[in-house]
Write a protein that binds this ligand. Structure first.
Ligand code: NAD
Length: 361
């Protein structure tokens, strides 16, 4: 029997359990439900790195006071079509949807809006905020950084200087096009998933201090127990920026726009702040206001179809639009259940029991 075979858990069962864990850790029912829904949504989209694997770490952060339940994103500058918001280290799953809702409201009023959010707890899968804007028919662009987290070596270097600084764009075609990725070669959560026996990393995803390329999670986490938390503070190596000098340049811009410009701060020395926080600079565009909506949609949809009609590079292969893999996996996992690595599931069970939450058989 394969003891490392994934455990398959129904989406509803898993979401309910995670919700109970966050209620037991001190969130009210609405916030606990939002965190559970968002984390499960990442698993459904296939981004297990930003899904329920994060639960023990979120609970640890909450207990340490690094992330705070019951916060509201506060508007600190209001320019009508632009605003600066402070998340006050509230759960990202609370303050980022609030910031996005404000951006949607203002773009519906003015045609476009720019929202700078700082000091948000971990906001998880950034594509979720593009999808929130898409539900209102808006284009959105999100530059994100993680202040207080340095994990990524810039092009040409071996030392950590960037966070995994993700970037997302959503376009309201039918189906929508949703680009959403970390500017690191792999998201940190993917190293976490690999360290739990999940999908192995590409052999060149990480870099050792001496410049040797590595796919071994120990490069980032140092020594760790099979079940239990891992900390990147214990490792000596770094994740590499994606796309050589170009991806490294995009990471640079995410740090400057989402970190320096929002006021939340750039990726800095490890533990300088004692906690991490996401910054997000979001641009919302309403095609209806620009008067180009009908033509734009038709042209974009025709273009997507033409790109997808490209001859595949491998026999039986297929050209996909950004967002397509997530949509397909969501349908499959909603029907069949969410696969979790046994170590991930064991960590969640351990966390639930510590908080006195009953785990369904
Ligand atoms: P990834 O490397 O899996 O890339 C995902 C993107 O590539 C998606 O837009 C997807 O639709 C597209 N894609 C994937 N396969 C494709 C194919 N065959 N053809 C065409 N397009 C394809 O993602 P990642 O870099 O590992 O990021 C994972 C998640 O981590 C993201 O949701 C990101 O927002 C999140 N993240 C969050 C933070 C944070 O601080 N909150 C930090 C880093 C990453």
């Amino acid at each position: 029997m394969d003891t490392n075979a994934p455990v398959l858990i129904g989406a509803d069962t898993l979401e309910a359990l995670i919700g109970k864990i966050f209620q037991a850790s001190g969130c009210d029912a609405a916030e606990a439900g939002r965190i559970a829904h968002h984390l499960l949504g990442a698993n459904l989209a296939g981004h297990d790195s930003h899904g329920v694997v994060r639960v023990p770490r979120y609970v640890e952060w909450q207990q340490a006071g690094y992330v705070v339940a019951g916060q509201q994103a506060e508007v600190v500058t209001d320019g009508g079509a632009f605003a600066v918001l402070d998340g006050h280290y509230g759960f990202g799953q609370t303050v980022a949807p609030q910031a996005t809702a404000l951006g949607i409201e203002r773009a519906q009023q003015h045609g476009t809006a720019i929202i700078a959010l700082r000091n948000a707890g971990h906001i998880g899968r950034v594509g979720a905020y593009s999808e929130q804007a898409l539900a209102a028919g808006l284009i959105s662009i999100h530059f994100v950084n993680v202040a207080g987290s340095v994990l990524v070596a810039p092009f040409g270097g071996t030392e950590r200087r960037f966070s995994t600084a993700p970037f997302s764009v959503g376009v309201p075609t039918s189906p929508p096009v949703v680009l959403d990725f970390a500017t690191s070669h792999v998201a940190e959560g993917k190293v976490l998933v690999a360290s739990n026996g999940g999908k192995p990393l590409p052999a060149d995803a990480l870099i050792e201090p001496d410049g040797t390329l590595s796919g071994d999670p120990h490069t980032l986490y140092g020594p760790y127990e099979q079940v239990g938390p891992r900390s990147p503070a214990n490792g000596l190596g770094a994740i590499r920026a994606f796309g050589e000098h170009k991806g490294s340049g995009l990471a640079f811009m995410c740090e400057i726009l989402a970190g320096a410009f929002t006021g939340g701060g750039c990726s800095g020395p490890v533990n300088a702040r004692g906690r991490i926080a996401n910054g997000m600079l979001s641009i919302f565009i309403s095609p209806r206001h620009f008067g180009t909506e009908a033509g734009f949609r038709q042209t974009a949809e025709d273009y997507v179809a033409w790109v997808k009609s490209c001859r595949p590079s491998k026999p039986g292969g297929e050209v996909l639009a950004p967002g397509e893999p997530e949509a397909r996996l969501r349908a499959e996992r909603l029907a069949k259940g969410v696969p979790l690595q046994p170590d991930t599931w064991a960590s969640i069970v351990q966390c639930a029991r510590r908080l006195g939450v009953r785990v369904p058989n």
